[in-house]
Every structure is written in structure tokens, then in C-alpha cells.
Write a protein that binds this ligand. Structure first.
Ligand SMILES: C[S@@+](CC[C@H](N)C(=O)[O-])C[C@H]1O[C@@H](n2cnc3c(N)ncnc32)[C@H](O)[C@@H]1O
Length: 228
């Protein structure tokens, strides 16, 4: 009988190689995040993740039409072997064994229901992953960002929290955040339309006021202009 999601989450396999002492390693999503992912995937969901591991097994098990982009061939081999040994088909999973920041710009921009960003956590790779997947996510689709304790995913998390195109759906503190896409994402948006950027920029009073006007923040602007 095929492994069930609950069993996978409770005893996840080690799929990420070995440490210097030869012990098997796992950089898997937390059990809480895996549960959120399990709830969000439907059979036939169009999904994409950067990075690979237990999450990939879960996408396969839940029969998503899944794309996994990660450069480590040995991880992909372990995932395939684990799935085969546990009665999980990987037929609907397309593995792209390459760094996502190089592969994603070449992909056809087909629609996606769910994206998981959990590949390279270096600067600027997290943002490249987001840039090339956010526009493809359908309205109402979910974006999972893992490792928000690290600076790069944290900045993405903080940006999305303040951006009107996204609503926070769930958060596992210091681990992961799930955002729901509410409005089309305009890759060409001017910085003045990005509240996160405006709030953290060194601006003259005049240019800050203009940026607030463009964002329709009339009340905040009036409050600031009122004499103390
Ligand atoms: C934190 S692990 C992913 C864990 C996985 N989500 C799970 O639940 O087991 C990070 C992954 O990113 C992959 N990775 C490293 N550099 C990458 C890059 N430039 N592009 C895509 N994936 C990358 C690693 O090979 C590894 O699979």
C-alpha cells in the first residue's frame, strides 16, 4: 500500500545527503508547513517548487502536476528511489536539474495554482525565484516562502506583507509563510507603488507625500501634514 501523507509528515525521510561525519541530512519543511502544503494541494493542482526533498514527495503523493527545480542530481535520485519504494508515482513530477535562477526565466509562463520557494536562500536568488513565479500564479493561488528566519526570505516576506497584491494566509513563526495572491502582479510597477520600498527609502517630505498620493494613502498623508 502507498505511503500516506500523514505518515510522510510524521517520519520524513532524509533526502539531502550526508554531513561531514557521514550522518544523513534533512533540510525538509517543518511538519506544520508540510501539513499546510498537504491541505493546499489537490490532485491535478499545477504546482512548482524551487529546491527538492520531502516537499517533492508530498507533491507526488498528492498527485499534483508538479515541476521541481533543483540542481542536485543525488537528491532527485533519492526522491525517485524513496517514491518507488513506497508506492508513490513520480509520473506527474517534472524534475529540472538546474539552478532555478537560471532555469526559471526560460520556462513557458503557464498558470500555476501553488508555488513553493525553498531553493537557494542566497541573495538575490530568492527574489529571482519569486519574480519568475509570482506573475504565473493565478489569482487566489498560494505562495509558500520557507525559512523566513533567514534574511533573504524574510525580506520577501516583509515586502509581501505590505504589498496590496498579497494577503498573508498562514504563518509558522520563524519558519514559513503562505501568501494568497489577490491582485495581478505587475513586474513593471514603479517603486512609488510599492509601500514597502517607499517606507524604507530616504526621501524628502515632498517625494514621500507624492508617493503616498500615488498609493492613495490620503488619510496617512493628512495625518502627517497636520501641525502637532
Ligand atoms: C531547504 S532544501 C529544500 C527542502 C525541501 N523543500 C524539503 O521539504 O525537503 C534546499 C534545496 O535547494 C536546493 N538548491 C540549492 N541551490 C539551488 C538553486 N540555485 N536553485 C534551486 N534549488 C537550489 C538544494 O539542492 C535543496 O534541495
Amino acid at each position: 500500500m502507498a505511503l500516506r501523507a500523514q505518515e510522510l509528515i510524521e517520519s520524513p525521510p532524509h533526502l539531502h545527503g550526508f554531513d561531514a561525519a557521514g550522518r544523513p541530512e534533512s533540510w525538509a519543511l517543518s511538519p506544520e508547513t508540510l501539513r499546510l502544503l498537504d491541505d493546499a494541494i489537490e490532485p491535478g493542482s499545477r504546482t512548482l517548487e524551487t529546491g527538492a526533498g520531502v516537499s517533492t514527495v508530498l507533491f507526488a503523493l498528492r498527485e499534483a502536476d508538479h515541476v521541481c527545480v533543483a540542481p542536485a542530481e543525488d537528491e532527485v535520485r533519492r526522491i525517485r528511489e524513496f517514491c518507488a519504494a513506497n508506492g508513490i508515482s513520480t509520473e506527474r513530477v517534472s524534475f529540472v536539474v538546474e539552478r532555478s535562477e537560471l532555469a526559471l526565466p526560460r520556462f513557458e509562463p503557464t498558470a500555476l495554482d501553488l508555488v513553493l520557494i525553498d531553493g537557494s536562500h542566497s541573495f538575490p536568488n530568492v527574489f529571482i525565484d519569486w519574480h519568475y513565479t509570482a506573475a504565473r500564479l493565478r489569482l487566489g493561488g498560494l505562495l509558500f516562502v520557507d525559512d523566513i528566519n533567514l534574511w533573504t526570505p524574510r525580506v520577501l516576506h516583509d515586502f509581501l506583507r505590505e504589498d496590496p497584491s498579497w494577503a498573508l494566509d498562514a504563518e509558522v513563526p520563524m519558519r514559513s509563510a503562505v501568501f494568497r495572491k489577490q491582485l495581478a502582479v505587475d513586474g513593471a510597477a514603479n517603486w512609488t507603488e510599492q509601500p514597502f520600498v517607499v517606507a524604507r527609502s530616504h526621501l524628502t517630505r515632498g517625494s514621500r507625500a507624492m508617493a503616498m498620493l500615488r498609493q492613495g494613502q490620503f488619510r496617512t498623508l493628512l495625518r502627517r501634514l497636520r501641525p502637532r
